[in-house]
Write a protein that binds this ligand. Structure first.
Ligand SMILES: Cc1cc2nc3c(=O)[nH]c(=O)nc-3n(C[C@H](O)[C@H](O)[C@H](O)COP(=O)(O)OP(=O)(O)OC[C@H]3O[C@@H](n4cnc5c(N)ncnc54)[C@H](O)[C@@H]3O)c2cc1C
Length: 567
């Protein structure tokens, strides 16, 4: 059942308590309660996703930012980005970020997973062994407009019986045909790639969204719909913030068995495990508030140390994002959608009528993923942070033209992500107050590799728009200026780079005998009992893609690990 307030709970003791009903927490809650013997409580700080139109209409995702459905984080001034602070939205509702993300559904490269298996010594995290878990998550479905998708994906790379809908873009974008001509005109830089999720994402192709029947599919809609929350062993408590995880010492180890929540002295207990799934920003914050982290640091703040784990909150990774913009010739009505209220009303009416039209696409239809060449002087000089030769360094997403009141013509261009950054940051706290805002610094552009690779990406995007197909479309490059020097491009990036919202790594997995890391490959916290972490914070490296698909695979596998541990 779903409860709005802690006073509604009829019991304070459970087998498992899951902290955070976000992407991973929803999956684990669903899978654990497949076993009727497990009594599971999910505690989610935010409200329900149900009935929230902006979490349903794919194109409305950004309308949830800076609302009560968002944690509204802000980073501290970043050294590599000219001391700018950045807004950092995170989903504050059932489904977590999966209820308000961009819905790109990308797995990354097989190398990403194989490196992770190597580093942790657990082959279960390899590409081959995780594939069944991707399939358990994915239910491939027709696009909203039911267009013929032949030649737009590889059927063997997808799951058809999983929990969450995925589909190719469901409404034509005005630049689709031009983008798709680039591979034949510039085959060396941008070869056509049939499927970006088949393990070797190098080239240009269509990408899927977590959308089914023209609506957002999220961890909440897929794993915590009424069909599942009506299970008699599943309890979902909303609007309740967890402040700390609590332990007792057993056999000289901290054994976690309960949680402290906002606004009540009631302690909720877990006889088997507390599972932290609060996401890569909040999970380390809760750990630090609970005395799990670097002992000396916590001592300095006046927090009694429960478990000395210096890696908590370290290794924060996200991928820097920049935009190269152009003025473009565009005369399609759809390109005025962002400013024309009549078109917007029509688009919403169409969506409401039969879940089709421009509002079924949150963004573009294709991605070009590219790798710096093996003989690149950047790699020679600074090393290669990627996981291997199947792995892209750069993601280029050609963007649909929009009309801007400040510009006489439409504006289009390229969103660029450095998917394999070598910069790292941290999440921390600066007081004993569990309600305090976390300190967040991504360390963006603090390594030479990142700066140089992004300079390269701008040049690559310029090559992209040199393909003959763009001749009548591109008017001029607006920003950065087309003839900018490398020094000017560096300034441009430091002044404009933002996040991709793909935070990971702050409670990283490592081999059981490693002298760093927060969890073992089975996701149990090192040196403790009764505490597991299942969310994006356990990723040791960011995947060379967007992070929701790996999040689902982690949570699906974690559920099996937990089930077999308690068999
Ligand atoms: C704006 C945005 C756009 C994105 N776009 C994409 C995309 O297009 N494609 C993609 O693949 N990925 C995207 N992502 C990333 C992806 O959504 C995340 O990687 C993924 O959701 C992380 O899952 P998680 O389980 O680690 O955390 P979350 O999904 O963030 O779940 C954490 C949950 O814990 C809850 N919580 C936190 N603290 C507490 C507490 N103290 N007490 C109780 N509950 C708590 C939160 O409210 C939340 O529900 C995007 C993310 C954002 C923010």
């Amino acid at each position: 059942a779903v409860f709005q307030h802690i006073n509604e709970l009829t019991s304070t003791s459970y087998d498992f308590i899951i902290v955070g009903g976000g992407l991973a927490g929803s999956v684990v809650a669903n899978r654990l309660t497949e076993n009727p013997k497990f009594k599971v409580l999910v505690v989610e700080a935010g409200p329900t996703n149900e009935g929230v139109l902006n979490a349903v209409v794919p194109a409305f995702e950004v309308r949830l930012w800076k609302t009560a459905y968002d944690w509204n984080f802000t980073t501290i001034p970043g050294k590599g980005i000219n001391n700018r602070t950045l807004d950092y939205p995170r989903g504050h509702m059932l489904g977590g970020c999966s209820s308000h993300n961009g819905m790109f559904y990308t797995r990354g490269s097989m190398d990403d997973y194989n490196r992770w298996a190597d580093v942790t010594g657990d082959p279960g995290w390899s590409w081959k062994n995780l594939l069944p878990y991707f399939f358990k998550n994915e239910r491939w479905s027709p696009p909203a407009d039911r267009h013929d998708t032949h030649g737009q994906f590889d059927p063997s790379a997808h799951g058809y019986n999983g929990m969450m809908f995925t589909s190719l873009p469901g409404n034509p974008n005005t630049i689709d045909d031009m983008v798709l001509k680039v591979p034949s005109q510039l085959p060396d830089q941008f070869p056509f790639l049939l499927d970006l999720n088949a393990g070797r994402p190098l080239g240009l192709g269509w990408f899927p969204y977590s959308i089914g029947n023209g609506t957002r599919s999220s961890a909440a809609t897929a794993y915590l719909s009424e069909k599942f929350t009506s299970r008699s062993n599943l309890y979902v408590l909303l609007n309740t913030k967890v402040l700390r995880v609590l332990s007792v010492i057993k056999a000289s180890k901290p054994t976690f068995d309960s949680i402290e929540v906002d606004g009540t002295a009631i302690k909720l207990t877990a006889s088997k495990e507390v599972i932290l799934a609060a996401g890569p920003i909040n999970t380390p914050q809760i750990l630090l508030n609970s005395g799990v982290g670097d002992r000396q640091f916590l001592h300095g703040l006046g927090i009694p140390s429960v478990l000395h784990l210096p890696s908590v909150g370290k290794n924060l990774t996200d991928q820097p994002f920049i935009v190269v913009s152009y003025s473009v010739n565009s005369n399609k009505p759809q390109d005025n959608l962002n400013t024309n209220a009549t078109l917007q009303a029509l688009a919403l009416a169409q969506w409401e009528f039969n879940r089709t039209g421009p509002y079924v696409n949150p963004a573009g239809g294709q991605i070009a993923w590219s790798r710096l060449p093996a003989n690149s002087p950047i790699i020679k000089k600074y090393g290669d942070p990627s996981a291997g030769s199947n792995t892209p360094h750069l993601e280029l997403v050609p963007s649909n033209p929009i009309s801007l009141p400040s510009q006489p013509s439409h504006v289009g261009g390229m969103g660029i992500i450095l998917v394999t950054p070598s910069s790292r940051g941290y999440v921390s706290i600066n007081s004993t107050d569990p309600f305090g805002k976390p300190i967040i610094d991504f360390g963006f552009l603090t390594t030479d590799f990142d700066v140089q690779a992004l300079i390269e990406s701008i040049k690559l995007s310029q090559k992209f728009y040199k393909a003959p197909v763009w001749k009548d479309y591109i008017i001029e490059q607006l920003s950065p200026l087309p003839n900018a020097t490398d020094a000017e491009l560096t300034d441009f990036m430091r002044n404009t780079a933002g996040p991709s919202y793909h935070a990971v790594g702050t409670a990283a997995m490592s081999a059981p005998n490693a002298n760093y890391g927060v969890v073992n490959p089975d996701l149990r916290v090192k040196g403790a009992s009764g505490l597991r972490i299942v969310d994006g914070s356990v990723l040791p490296f960011v995947i060379s893609a967007h992070t929701q698909a790996p999040g689902y695979a982690i949570a699906e596998r974690a559920s099996d690990l937990i089930k077999s541990f308690w068999k």
